[in-house]
Structures are given as C-alpha cells and as structure tokens.
Design a protein around this ligand. Structure first.
Ligand SMILES: *Cc1c(COP(=O)(O)O)cnc(C)c1O
Length: 411
C-alpha cells in the first residue's frame, strides 16, 4: 500500500487536469466516487444560477426569453454537448429527461422502418430503457416483439426484421464499455437503426457518434456532465433522420413556428422538432455553466486520466479480493468506462459502512458495489485513500454493525 501511495502522489503531481479539481466544491475529508450518479458542483455554478434567478427572472422577467437568450438554451447546451460526443452542433439538443428522450427517439426509429416488427435490446440494459420500450409497445397494442437478450446473444438477435437496436454504451452495473462502432455496423448491416444511451459516456470519455454512424443517442446531464440533480438530458438525431420522423410528443416548442400559434402541428426542420415544451431555464443554466469547464479541460485528457485512475484502483483493490470482492469490470482499456465494480455478497452493508467512513460509492442490486471516477475532480490519492478505508472496514468487520443493513429508498 505504501508504494501505491507514493505512486499516487507522483501521478497527482503530473496530472494534466490537476487544476480542474479546484473548480469543484468537494466536502472536506470526503472522497466522492459517485460522480457517475450525480456529478459534483462546480464552484462557478451557484453564482450563475443566482444571476438567472435574481437578475434575469427577478428584473428582466419575460423579456429574458429574448434579452438573455433563454429560448436558445436547448440548442446552445446541445451544441456544447455535441463537441463531447462527436456530433455536429446541429444534431444535439438538451431537453426533457433521458427516459422521455428514449421514448421520443425510439418512436422516431419505429417510424423510419414501418415494415419491421422487432426491437432489440440487452436484457441487462438500464431498466428505464427497457421500460420505455414496453410502454411504447403497450401504446402500439403490442405490435412489436421486444427481443431483450443477453449481451452474448445480441448478434444472433439481429435479424432482417429488426427495426432498432437500443443499447447503453457503458453498462451501469459492471462498467463494461461496448464497441459502438462494430455493433452499430452489425445492426446497420441488417438494415436496423441504432439508439445509444450515453448516460455513462458523455463527459467521461470522447464519444464518436458521427464516426460510428450512429442514428440516435440520448444521455444524462447530471452524471459526468455535472449539471446538477435532475438536470435536463440530451438527445442526438443524425442529420439524415431529422426531417423524416413526425414527433409524437408534438409539443409547441418542436413546431416550425411556435409563435405563429397555428392550430395544426408542423414540426421544425431541425433537431428542435424533438423538443416538446418550455425549457427548464434554471436547470439549463446550471448545465450550461458546468459544461463550460470543457472549454478549458479536454475530454481526451479526461479519458487518459480516467484509465489511470481505474487502473490504479483495480491494482490497489487486488489485496482486498481475499475478503470476497470480485472485479466485474473488464481489464482491457477499450472495454472500460469510467467506473469499477465488484460483486460482494454483503455489498450493501459494506457500501453503507464505507459511506459512513467518508468514501461515497454506491450499490446496485443484487450484489454490486460501484465506484465512479470523475477525471475532472478525483485525484489519484483519493483512489488509494478510498481503498485504505475499505480495507480497514473489512479488517475490523465494521460493516457488520446493524445500522449498515438498513435499506434506504435510494441506494
Ligand atoms: C442514469 C441512467 C438513466 C436515467 O434516466 P432518467 O430519465 O434521467 O432517470 C437512463 N439510462 C441509463 C443507462 C442510466 O444510467
């Protein structure tokens, strides 16, 4: 452990993103390894939100839609996100929640292949993606076969009747990163469309949507993008698909001319047709301000650091495998996101004990302890200190205290 402490200190000294950490509020003594669930608060964000509240809302009132360009927040924020995910600025918009965006892009995909009848996804996909597909199928009177299969069976599931392949790039439990390019190509080879959920990708590493020829994508604003709790999500629609689907959530903000107030719906000729109602200005303000960090710090540096962080964590955790931890995150870099996960039969209680000791990770049923590494604000010393505190908990069996077995509503 001591030699790893020294290694961590050296890595911290040569860290190209060292100065990014000072731009976040991080509680004293706490090691926050849950930025994959809720990103930390950048120090400049509260003042920006306060300005939106006090000056823009308080003084400028409704003139702010023009004067403070509130109306362009969805596309402005979308363009900032586009730069991180390898898309054109005109292909991304910030709006609604990830779940709602799944609904919108999935229905759009179904419209583009009306003769086909199968929706394919990974049975271990994040549940909301699967649930939204189920809801859509109910709405459409079970017209579709929902082919949810194990990852190993995805290729075989891609037959000529598949409309769309709906996948999450990084598995929220194991942290495994899928090969977006080759999987997209395989789906497109049978004429299917692809939807990629970037919840654990955007802001963690550079995504290359255009290079991978992806059709649709969605993702979260509150994870690695640090947009704040419940931040607006985003959606990506490849240019060639922006004019065909007729939005079903056909709200006025997606209309070609919202302020013409005509009774007939006519969708905008841009990615705006996939928006619905009035944008959440305060939440978008926080997300927009957070995203400015990426003008100073590169997403490529973030990826390089993320791999070093997760490598170091995996190395430091090896001696703890004697306590029953088994790493479920792939060791190959190209198959890794920015989190590391272990199974442990007492994972829930252990994570509660660790949180009480000031190291915040989280637990995912049935038996996974998850550690997310946010390259903008996690340090290499954090990694070693987190493992040292976990080792102490395992050695002393502190996790066996009854209070750590009590399940809270949010895990
Ligand atoms: C976190 C997460 C979501 C969250 O969706 P919300 O609508 O924001 O609750 C969706 N998909 C994946 C893969 C996630 O990890």
């Amino acid at each position: 452990m001591n030699s790893l402490f020294v290694k961590a200190q050296q890595l911290d000294q040569s860290d190209a993103l060292k100065s990014a950490r000072e731009r976040f509020f991080l509680p004293e003594g706490k090691i926050y390894l849950d930025g994959n669930s809720l990103g930390a608060l950048p120090t400049h964000v509260p003042a920006r939100v306060a300005d939106a509240v006090q000056r823009q809302w308080g003084e400028d009132l409704i003139s702010s839609w023009n004067k403070n360009a509130w109306i362009d927040l969805p596309t402005r924020v979308g363009a900032q996100i586009a730069a991180l995910i390898g898309a054109k600025p005109s292909e991304v918009v910030a709006c609604d929640s990830t779940s709602i965006n799944v609904f919108k892009v999935l229905l759009s995909a179904l419209q583009l292949r009306p003769e086909r009848r199968v929706i394919v996804s990974d049975i271990d996909n994040f549940p909301t993606d699967l649930y939204m597909a189920q809801g859509i199928n109910t709405l459409l009177e079970n017209r579709y076969e929902l082919r949810f299969v194990k990852r190993a069976d995805l290729e075989a599931a891609l037959t000529e009747d598949v409309v769309v392949l709906l996948l999450t790039e990084v598995d929220y439990r194991t942290g495994e990163r899928l090969n977006m390019k080759s999987i997209t190509a395989r789906a497109q080879a049978v004429g299917a469309l692809t939807i990629w959920d970037l919840a654990h990708s955007a802001g963690a590493f550079p995504v290359a949507l255009n290079d991978c020829n992806v059709d649709f994508a969605i993702g979260c604003g509150y994870k690695y993008l640090n947009g704040g709790p419940g931040a607006p999500a985003f959606l990506f629609v490849a240019e060639q698909h922006q004019s065909a689907p007729e939005p079903v959530l056909s709200g006025w903000m997606g209309h070609a001319a919202p302020f013409a107030f005509t009774p007939e719906y006519a969708p905008a000729a841009s990615v705006l047709r996939f928006t619905t109602g009035t944008p959440p200005v305060l939440a978008l303000t926080a997300l927009e301000a957070s995203l400015e960090l990426w003008q100073k710090f590169s997403i490529h540096s973030a990826r390089a650091k993320s791999l070093l962080l997760t490598d170091l964590f995996i190395e430091a955790m090896q001696p703890l495998e004697q306590y029953g931890f088994a790493c479920v995150t792939p060791l190959e870099h190209e198959k890794r996101g920015s989190q590391v996960s272990y199974t442990h039969e007492h994972g829930y209680a252990i994570m509660q004990a660790l949180i009480a000791a000031g190291v915040v990770g989280d637990f995912r049923a049935p038996d996974i302890v998850r550690f997310g590494f946010a390259p903008l604000y996690n340090s290499f010393s954090d990694v070693i200190e987190a493992v040292a505190r976990l080792e102490q908990i395992m050695k002393t069996q502190a996790w066996k205290a009854p209070e750590f077995a009590m399940k809270a509503k949010v895990t």
